[in-house]
Design a protein around this ligand. Sequence first.
Ligand code: CU
Length: 151
Amino acid sequence: MFKAINTKLAIAMLITACATWASGDHQDGHDPMGEPAKKTTRTVQISMSDMMKYTPNVIQIKRGEAVTLAFKNDGQLKHEAVLGSLPELQKHAEMMKMHPDMEHDDPKSISAKAGETAYIKWKFTQPGTFYVACLVPGHFDAGMRASIIVK
Ligand SMILES: [Cu+2]
């Protein structure tokens, strides 16, 4: 009985935390990374592998550039790609351990099964170093992340 209540509470907390995360850090809705893009001028191909790697693992983008990030799953396992800051992604990866089946449905994340390619179209309006990480439980801890350098 006590355990059941705890589980419910944990899930409620998780949903709140994930919703907060998805809407970005800023109360005014301004996203420090930029904004979703409809049209893009460049496509970057990124391979995801069961070695818990993205290739390439450093992506350079010009400030103001709208790019299509094409994530191809070259492994056998399911993989994800979620954009964010490192602390944001770390926090979210911890939450995913509690609720591994949670699906992400927002412009900053995709998931792809073996052989599939999934796309994030994003306009990077702010300079800085951002990250893309796989939040399938265990993958982030195994080092499945790449950096995105905007300047
Ligand atoms: Cu993965």
